[in-house]
Each structure stands twice: as structure tokens, then as C-alpha cells.
Design a protein around this ligand. Structure first.
Ligand code: WQD
Length: 432
């Protein structure tokens, strides 16, 4: 078990001797004239990816998939909504993967601090600086995946300034610092909530419904359309922070072509790694449907409140696009490699990460009951402030431009959750 070092200087938790002992930044010379190009062409396994919030639910699954894809991973996490034990579980799973495949395990380091703590962030980025020409900063960090943000819709309504400070102001300072170090490949954890009430407009929920500059596109009827920048009917501060961050990043990309930025619009991430070691286990009381259902399954909660049974849907309960978190994590790998290979259509691009099909709250309850062979007590309740009745992705752009699509089902997600509960001893539930 790594001894976690807590310090403002964010001492890394080493898992192996550093791959390089950097020479001090040297001025360019004939001898080193093409050094940075040579270093940039090192195979991807020498590339490092910085992941903020890398021990969280989605972050931990993505960190695992990055390690499997031979990336070295640097995690920044302040553990406000995650447990440090997750680090070892990720390492165990990644090591087993590489042992089984006869491949080398990349490095995994945790820096325990808030991503907004620049006094810790700058020394960390300095450690990965590469020698560069003409003073143009270069880094061994080939990309950043930014998960660290507050995400509870209902809480954002009660504490908007907390959400704007962490999610928006934090992003501005973070991107500024990354730019100072020449780290300009950025994958942003966005959300389907940026579509606001358009989600229930009946229009196919395509990325063109929420753009940050005037865009021409062809609709399903083959008609040329022009999308105007803006947002429509975002129903809560959390969703607005995501939309504002996308806007900021779109403007940054427009101002500097060296930036390559992808905003991934998650629908509803559910499930967990089939090993049962990385289940959704938030420190804070959950508000999302599946973690609440889990609390009912384990007996911690007596029943599930179903918010709204009068939505204009198949059974009156809300419909969502529930995407297995492992599929979601692999969407990040696809986005990162597409960005690093220079294959993005533009240097700011948004992608829906969803299955393209919807399930209702009642579907989820009955699937979980079938899989667990346990009843889930529930009762109908009033709609929750900020909710919409229907939100399902059109995932064509991700399939066509990232060569990525989901492979797992809601049933798989429920089975993997039951396995997590069984492995962690939280209940006698074993998926049937
Ligand atoms: C789903 C449906 C609820 C809990 C959120 C946020 C954001 C995003 C995805 C990343 C809704 C209903 C829920 C409960 C219920 N994550 N529900 N009883 O609100 O669609 O989106 O998650 O961007 O976190 O936007 O997800 O899981 O909270 O709710 O009836 O106890 O389940 O009303 O209809 P949501 P959710």
C-alpha cells in the first residue's frame, strides 16, 4: 500500500523510480536542436496523462482504462468525494491486466490536493517539463482529463456560488496554468444538462443543439441548418457551470490554435468495473438514481422516492440514457487518441457520450430487482427541482469521429453493481 504523503508540495506517491531524471531546462543548441521533436515522438507509453478527480467514480474507471492503454497517469484528487484506497484498487486491476497480457505496467502517481491549489500544481507540472526550443514550454504531459467538479444538481440550486467558484473559476485558473507549461490537449468532463429543456423538445439530442459559435449542419431531413451559439432552458446552476465552461474552452481554442479541446457530454453514467473493486462509493450522500437504489438494496435507505410519475413518458417516470461507466471511460481514451493524432474536425469539439436509447426510472428499478432477486421498495414523489422528463443522446458523432460506441447494457450495469456489493460485502446480493 502506498504511503500517501499529504503535503502542500503534493509529494507524489511513487510506484516506481522516475522514468527520467530531467536535466535542467537547457537553451537550444545545434546538439539539442531537434530534441523536443525527438522526445515528442517517444512511444505513447512514455506519455503522461494528468487526471483531475482521478479517484472519483468516473475518474477511477478512466484512470484504469488509461493504464490499460499504456498511458502513464498522474492523478490529482483532494479526496473530497473519493477514498484513497481506490488508488491501490486501480493499480491492482491494471497490474493484473498487464500481467495477463505480458505487457509493462505504466506509472501511476497520486498528488493529493485540490486542482485549484496552484502552489501545489505548478511544482508538479515543473517536474514534467521537457527541454524546449526558443523558450516554448514543452511537457511530458501529453494531455489532461478534467473531472474535478461538483455535480449534484439539487445542491447546485441551494449553493450556486460554491458551484461557480469550483467548476468555473477553478477551470479558468487551471487552464491558465496548463497553458503556461505548454500543456494544451484538454478533455473536459461536460454533461447532457447543457441541453436544458431542449432534451424534452422531441428533437434528436445532437451536439448541434448546443454550440458555442455559429455552425452550419445538415438535419435529418437533409436540410441545411444554422445553429446559433447559446443555451436553451438550462434548469440548474450545475448545468450552467458546464455550459459556461464549454463556452470558455471554445473561446480559448478559438484564441490559440495550439489548444486541442474536447468536451464530452455525459448522459447518465451507471454500473462499475466487472471486477467489483471500483463501485460507485461517494463520500457524500448520493443524489443520482443508481447509488440511491444501491442504498435501498443494502437497507441503508428504506425506500426509493421516484421523483415524478406524471412525465410524458412510456410509464410516467423520467427517461434517461444510462451509459455503463466503463463504456464512458473508453470514450475518453478514444477522444484522447483522436485529439493526439490530430484527427479532430476542429480544435474545440463536443461529443455526446450515451447509448442512444432511453430507460425509465421504473425500468431501472425492475432491472435491478430482476438482477438482484431482491425487491426495491419505492414510492411516487413530486418532481425534483431542475429535472427534465426525457434526456437521451444521439451518439452518431462519437461513433463516426471517435470510432467509439457503447457495448454494455443497463442489465450489465446492474449485474456489475450487484457484484460490487457482493465483493465489498455490503449485502448478500449476488446477481442471478
Ligand atoms: C435520473 C432520474 C431523477 C434519484 C444528473 C446530473 C449530473 C449528470 C447525470 C454528469 C431523474 C430520478 C433520481 C432518486 C429518482 N452527471 N431519481 N429518485 O438528474 O438525470 O442527471 O446525473 O454529468 O450529475 O445532471 O441523474 O441519476 O440524479 O436522476 O426518481 O432518488 O432519476 O428524478 O429523473 P440526472 P439522476
Amino acid at each position: 500500500m502506498d504511503s500517501l504523503q499529504r503535503s502542500n508540495a503534493s509529494t507524489p506517491v511513487e510506484t516506481e523510480s522516475p522514468p527520467f531524471v530531467d536535466t535542467p531546462a537547457t537553451e537550444s543548441s545545434l546538439l539539442f536542436d531537434n530534441l523536443d521533436e525527438l522526445l515528442q515522438r517517444l512511444p505513447s507509453e512514455s506519455h503522461h496523462i494528468l487526471v483531475t478527480g482521478g479517484l472519483g467514480f468516473i475518474g477511477s474507471h478512466t484512470t484504469l482504462e488509461l493504464l490499460k492503454a499504456n498511458y502513464n497517469v498522474i492523478v490529482i484528487d483532494n479526496l473530497s468525494n473519493a477514498f484513497v484506497e481506490v488508488l491501490d484498487r486501480i493499480r491492482t486491476l491494471a497490474q493484473k491486466f498487464h500481467d495477463d497480457n505480458g505487457t509493462k505496467m505504466p506509472s501511476l502517481r497520486l498528488h493529493q490536493h485540490d486542482y485549484r491549489d496552484t502552489s501545489s500544481l505548478r511544482p508538479l507540472l515543473e517536474d514534467y517539463r521537457l527541454p524546449s526550443r526558443w523558450g516554448v514550454p514543452k511537457s511530458k504531459i501529453a494531455g489532461v482529463i478534467h473531472f474535478a467538479a461538483y455535480k449534484a444538481v439539487e445542491e447546485s440550486i441551494r449553493h450556486p456560488l460554491k458551484y461557480y467558484a469550483n467548476n468555473v473559476s477553478g477551470l479558468i485558473d487551471f487552464a491558465t496554468t496548463l497553458g503556461d507549461f505548454g500543456i494544451k490537449t484538454f478533455i473536459f468532463s461536460s454533461s447532457a444538462t447543457v441541453y436544458g429543456t431542449l432534451a424534452t423538445s422531441g428533437l434528436p439530442l445532437k451536439e448541434e443543439l448546443c454550440v458555442h459559435k455559429t455552425e452550419e449542419y445538415t438535419d435529418d431531413a437533409g436540410m441545411k441548418q444554422v445553429a446559433q451559439p447559446g443555451s436553451t432552458g438550462i434548469t440548474n446552476p450545475y448545468g450552467r457551470t458546464k455550459w459556461i465552461c464549454e463556452t470558455i474552452l471554445a473561446d480559448l481554442a478559438a484564441s490559440d490554435p495550439e489548444w486541442t479541446i474536447v468536451a464530452l457530454r455525459y448522459f447518465n453514467p451507471v454500473g462499475c468495473d466487472p471486477s467489483g473493486l471500483l463501485g460507485e462509493d461517494p463520500r457524500q450522500a448520493p443524489t443520482n438514481l443508481l447509488p440511491v437504489v444501491v442504498k435501498v438494496l443494502t437497507g441503508e435507505y428504506s425506500e426509493l422516492q421516484m421523483f415524478g410519475s406524471d412525465w410524458d413518458t412510456v410509464d410516467g417516470t423520467a427517461v434517461r440514457d444510462f451509459i455503463h461507466v466503463t463504456d464512458l471511460a473508453r470514450g475518453h481514451i478514444a477522444a484522447l487518441s483522436t485529439a493526439n493524432e490530430g484527427k479532430l474536425a476542429e480544435n474545440f469539439r463536443t461529443f455526446n457520450l450515451g447509448t442512444g436509447s432511453g430507460n425509465s426510472v421504473l425500468d431501472v428499478v425492475s432491472t435491478m430487482e430482476d438482477v438482484s432477486s431482491k425487491p426495491i421498495p419505492r414510492k411516487e414523489a413530486d418532481r425534483r427541482p431542475g429535472d427534465v422528463g426525457y434526456c437521451v443522446a444521439v451518439a452518431d458523432r462519437s461513433r463516426e469521429e471517435l470510432q467509439w460506441k457503447t457495448e454494455k447494457s443497463l442489465k450489465n450495469a446492474c449485474e456489475d453493481i450487484c457484484n460490487f456489493l457482493h465483493v465489498s460485502g455490503l449485502t448478500t446480493v449476488k446477481s442471478s
